[in-house]
Design a protein around this ligand. Structure first.
Ligand SMILES: Nc1ncnc2c1ncn2[C@@H]1O[C@H](COP(=O)(O)OP(=O)(O)OP(=O)(O)O)[C@@H](O)[C@H]1O
Ligand SMILES: [Mg+2]
Length: 280
């Protein structure tokens, strides 16, 4: 059997707080083949971020508890592999684009310092070494890839000196530093105005296509799903209720929850055409 790049199989997760255990993921299964663009969509609290955290290995301590399931990356189960191996994958082969640039960037260090440090640690995990000069060259190269003009100036800047859109581009650049094969983006650009968000999503899509990456786009916004994915998983209360080709799901949603998500869009966007809010 050939495995997709990422396979989540029957994953169940619970949180135990104040002696009470509540299950938040119920036998979640999803596949992200190499070079594919997959979306995970659901309302707030449906379990999208918990899924992403489980994949990235960020749910390993109480109150979180993985009750069962497997998460395969390139055929190897992330949940049972040795810590060192798993750490080597995180931030290298698989990388995350964070949602909130201001809380993901350190205000007291320049962009170049922060990116240089990330690269240094990624190199260390991969057993590579580069000089400071080589590292900065790579930082400038990646800033250029996310279409930032004057990468050297950007790299000397502090986060506060950049606009929200530029900061989000920096976060994408950070995720690309170690040449990952899989990008997981959790609601990127939601802190931005719709025009800038549309530009960011377009950039992300162009980058994954150009570089042959796989993208798992996590969002509550069906407009974003339509713009960025070919295949979609719909999650409700920790359960995947429906999945399929994005066009098919939009045309003939079978699950009542998917139908309600779709019906909610025109009301939320003041009657605009579907997906218009993020159209480039
Ligand atoms: N650290 C935690 N402790 C206890 N419960 C948690 C914790 N993190 C998440 N949960 C619960 O897990 C459920 C899923 O949360 P999750 O953050 O995955 O939702 P989401 O789909 O990402 O929502 P949003 O669209 O608002 O980001 C929620 O009911 C939440 O309260
Ligand atoms: Mg979330």
């Amino acid at each position: 059997m050939s495995f997709p790049l990422l396979r989540v199989n029957n994953l169940s997760v619970a949180f135990s707080t104040y002696g009470r255990t509540s299950r938040v993921l119920h036998n979640v299964s999803l596949d992200v083949p190499a070079r594919s663009q997959v979306a995970l969509v659901g309302e707030s609290g449906s379990g999208k971020t918990v899924t992403m955290k489980a994949i990235m290995g960020l749910l390993r301590q109480p109150p979180a508890r993985i009750l069962g399931g497997e998460i395969y990356y390139d055929g190897a189960d992330l949940l049972t592999m040795p810590d060192k191996e798993r750490l080597r994958l995180r931030g290298t082969a698989m990388s995350m684009v964070f949602q909130d640039p201001m809380s993901s960037l350190n205000p007291v260090f320049t962009i170049g310092d922060q990116m240089g440090t990330i690269l240094k640690y990624a190199d260390k995990r991969l057993g590579r070494s580069r000089s400071t000069k080589e590292r900065m060259a790579r930082v400038h190269q990646v800033l250029d890839q996310v279409r930032m003009r004057d990468p050297e100036r950007i790299s000397r800047s502090y986060p506060i000196e950049l606009s929200g859109g530029m900061r989000q581009r920096v976060l994408i650049a950070m995720a690309l530093l170690s040449e990952p094969q899989l990008l997981i983006a959790d609601e990127p650009g939601t802190a931005l105005d719709v025009t800038t968000q549309a530009q960011i999503l377009k950039l992300l899509k162009d980058l994954v296509e150009e570089r042959g990456l796989a993208l798992l786009m996590i969002t509550h916004n069906l407009g974003v799903v339509r713009e960025t994915s070919n295949y979609v998983y719909v999650m409700n209360k920790g359960i995947i209720v429906e999945h399929g080709e994005t066009t098919g799901i939009f045309e003939t949603p079978r699950d009542p929850y998917t139908q309600s998500l779709i019906n909610a869009v025109p009301r939320l966007t003041g009657g605009m055409r579907f997906g218009a809010e993020v159209a480039p």
